[in-house]
Design a binder for this molecule. Sequence first.
Ligand SMILES: Nc1ncnc2c1ncn2[C@@H]1O[C@H](COP(=O)(O)OP(=O)(O)OP(=O)(O)O)[C@@H](O)[C@H]1O
Length: 519
Amino acid sequence: METSNANLLEVRGLTKTFGTLKACDNIDLTIAKGEIHALLGENGAGKSTLVKMLFGTLEPNAGEIRWDGQPVRIANPHAARKLGIGMVFQHFSLFDALSAAENIALSLDDKTPISTIAAKAKALSYSYGLPLDPYSLVGDLSVGERQRIEIIRCLLQAPELIILDEPTAVLTPQEADKLFETLERLRSEGKSILYISHRLEEVKRMCDRATVLRHGKVVGHCDPRKETAASLARMMVGSEVQAVVRSPAEGSDRAAVLLQVKNLSRTPATPFSIPLRNVNLEVKAGEVIGVAGVAGNGQGEFFEAVSGEVRQAAAGTVRIRGKDAGNLSITGRRLLGAAFVPEERLGHGAAPRMKLSENLLLSRYATDRKAFLGAAGVIHDGAVASASQRIVQAMDVRKSGTDPEAASLSGGNLQKFIIGRELDRQPAVMVVNQPTWGVDAGAAARIRQSLIELARSGSAVLVISQDLDELFEISDAIAVMHNGEMSKPIPIAEATLEKIGLLMGGAEPGHVEHVAEPA
Ligand SMILES: Nc1ncnc2c1ncn2[C@@H]1O[C@H](COP(=O)(O)OP(=O)(O)OP(=O)(O)O)[C@@H](O)[C@H]1O
């Protein structure tokens, strides 16, 4: 039986509206001391809005928050921290040119000397099994190590409640395991954790209770350990989530190579970027090739070179539909029939302050001139609006208003719109970096299925992803990037998690070929 003393946080009737949209609608939530509590919900369900109110970055319109039985007002993150609430954000807020300890010092309010902070951070990091060298420069660290800094920074303030927003999205399976050990340890010390994740298997594994949101309302509570990933997804979405079907790639041996990367090398543009070393890769019509790798091993640099965000001097390093494209701009490559979806949605994938229809026009006016522009460059508003509507429907994009600004969409819904915008063109070559990052189970299945279908209709699809399950689900072969080098693609029938994991960790391909198949 729970008594009110056992509860650390109680939320009653919390409501937040944006215009006419109730992003959080009368939400009740109770977090007990010493529990890991999952907050689940499809994209746009209101999870981020809720935790922003708990961390003091958004002010509720109505409702009450009780902390250890007492009503509180959390006016800003400083007040949240003082109360004992810490948050590890999905997007890191660290300075590359500073050390781990200096970054931590910036978030502390007192004037403790760096050497003391470094010693404390190091001791804490080792005691929680997340070892950290406090004097290492952030720019030299992997994404997993950067996340450790964020976690240690949070733990140094001895919070009673730690909010984690999709903490494993950027981690390797091994790093995620380490994080789970740390969370279990925190739980055993009586700390509470509010855990947001779209990865339902890890929610089942880690969490004691779950609260499920849909359209801003609480639609259920459950013990995730007693559920299946499918039943959790059903609670979130309100209906059965379709499994992804990968039809066999037909005749791909004889098919045309639509995207070719040939002897691509790049010297690092900044002290913190990874050089590319003689990368070779081909994607044929009809197939999906996956690129796996721990974040920060050159995938970003590879995407920039393939998409034309950074051009090469040698035109032949990237060939699209048989034409040299290495020295072309993004638009030049798009005119050859390619489409690109970058990892970073706001700013790169979409202009945040522009409406969805304006974003559509911005990315497609050159390639779809006839459809969207008249003779004197007059915009066919109707055509743009109906294309925008078509994409919203095809990808089930949830939003407030008919044509809102991109920045007002929840992360996952903006991703659905951007992918839909490119798929709508039926590109001959599609290159996507992290296609379902932050996307809920139902929408992720839809995006993955669309990528397979695009390939089977005759296009070449290249998917860079840190989600190995995703790559195994959709790829016909998987290549691995490590330290700026690309392995040969391993056909999916021969690929195992162990082989790919070893290559991700830097094992020699020759060694991996001898790894036994699992029994
Ligand atoms: N600043 C804002 N202005 C207008 N609408 C907003 C704003 N912030 C969020 N919304 C809307 O509120 C709803 C809830 O968004 P929220 O970011 O909380 O969802 P979420 O559950 O965290 O989704 P995701 O899993 O995609 O991150 C969405 O429909 C979103 O478009």
